[in-house]
Design a protein around this ligand. Structure first.
Ligand code: C5P
Length: 397
């Protein structure tokens, strides 16, 4: 992508250098524009070294050359303003043609991401919020700020959004096909405790659920992500994701039933334990006692319950990790659980779990099965959402 990154004069301007470096490493062409104020915080040379391009600052820099606002607006696919100070927010919202960054914004017709960063009190001020509302009405994506520590020593909402998330938001700014969709996702494994220190579980890490929630949010959906223990290890998720941490299959079932009514799409990627111990001791069991308390009970099949209740009313997606007859058993699950789609994965010692190599077959109610030509979960997840998006549009017109 060809991306204009506008940097305004706040302390977080130093983070813009890391953002630009990441975007360049990911194969994007980046043109940096600094407000005159930004040059007080970070030198243009930093960005010139990172992008191999002259940085634009003043409108008089090269009025008819490659850094003219008119040329730039035609060249770029997307624009991001990082960080956006209150000054630049108000100038953008007010349509002031005051510097090269603002002029370029006013000339650009493509998608724009703005990442504010400022003192919490300034961020909370009604004027600041009014500027953001104007920008949002104009179709700008306002990302963050988030709560945390600020350079001034204060704590609160005002910190620049995590760069990792910002990169995702910028890269997805053209593919916001899930705006307005409400999605419930489960991920990770469940833990069925024998006692406070021992549990029955499986090797699922929750990486698939994390990637599914992240991508859906980048594409505009509101996501509720219910996940098992340890599935919160993959880093921050966009604000549009509400996380609910659970432990056992019973907890997960409760969370799913609490949130399913509001969802249009339910994606069950969790590796729910099929069994649980006959009872859970409140104190640590001795080895000898544990050996005798080995009785097992079947867990509820959450997806089956949801399929029985909501078939045809919501889009229902299951996952099936299989060692043999991958497509056949996925098709059986599709029918039995009344699903619209099953993502079937061959699993073995070297594939399937965590971030090891990944293969998947999409088995849908209408349309049969299709092999995804992917090697990683990162490659598979956008294709899975493309497929779910198609099913949604066919259902809802
Ligand atoms: O039948 P199987 O367990 O292989 O089906 C896998 C699918 O069913 C997955 O989507 C999984 O999240 C869901 N499932 C469930 N509750 C269970 C077991 C599986 O929701 N107890």
């Amino acid at each position: 992508m060809r991306i204009i990154v506008g940097v305004s004069g706040g302390v977080a301007a130093y983070k813009a250098a890391a953002l630009v470096s990441t975007l360049v490493q990911r194969g994007h062409q980046v043109q940096v524009l600094l407000t005159p104020g930004a040059t007080q915080f970070i030198a243009p040379l930093t960005f010139e070294a990172l992008t191999q391009r002259t940085v634009g600052i003043e409108t008089s820099d090269q009025p008819m050359g490659p850094i003219s606002h008119v040329q730039l607006a035609k060249w770029a696919d997307a624009m991001a303003v990082v960080p956006a100070t209150l000054g630049v927010l108000s100038r953008l919202a007010g349509g002031q043609a005051s510097d090269l960054l603002c002029l370029t914004y006013l000339s650009f017709t493509g998608p724009v991401v703005v990442a504010p960063a400022m003192e919490p009190r300034m961020w909370a001020h009604p004027r600041t919020q009014a500027h953001c509302d104007v920008l949002k009405q104009d179709g700008v994506r306002v990302c963050g700020p988030v709560a945390g520590h600020l350079a001034s020593g204060s704590e609160g909402v005002g910190r620049l959004i995590d760069l990792e998330i910002l990169v995702g938001e910028i890269e997805h700014v053209h593919s916001r096909d899930f705006v307005g969709r409400r999605i419930l996702i489960t991920g990770g494994s469940t833990w069925e405790h024998f006692d406070p220190v021992r549990a029955l579980t499986n090797p699922s890490t929750g990486r698939m659920g994390f990637l599914l929630a992240q991508e859906a949010a980048y594409r505009g959906a509101s996501v509720t992500y219910v996940h098992g223990p340890r599935a919160d290890q993959f880093g921050p998720l966009p604000d549009a994701v509400k996380r609910i941490a659970v432990v056992s299959a019973d907890d997960m079932r409760q969370a799913v039933w609490d949130h399913i009514d509001d969802a249009e799409i339910y994606v069950s990627s969790a590796a729910v334990s099929d069994f649980k111990p006959g009872g859970t001791a409140t104190h640590k069991l001795h080895k000898e006692t544990l050996g005798r308390s080995w009785s097992m009970e079947l867990n509820p099949d959450i997806l089956q319950e949801i399929g029985d209740r909501y078939q045809g009313q919501k889009i229902l997606v299951g996952f099936a990790a299989e060692t043999d007859e991958v497509v056949e058993s996925a098709s059986r699950k599709l029918t039995k659980k009344h699903l619209d789609l099953v993502v079937a994965n061959p699993v073995g010692r070297s594939e399937g779990f965590g971030d090891r190599s990944y293969a998947a077959e999409l088995v849908s109610r209408v349309g049969g099965s299709q092999t995804l030509s992917v090697r990683t979960k990162e490659e598979a997840v956008p294709l899975i959402w493309d497929h779910i998006g198609t099913i949604y549009r066919e259902r809802n017109g």
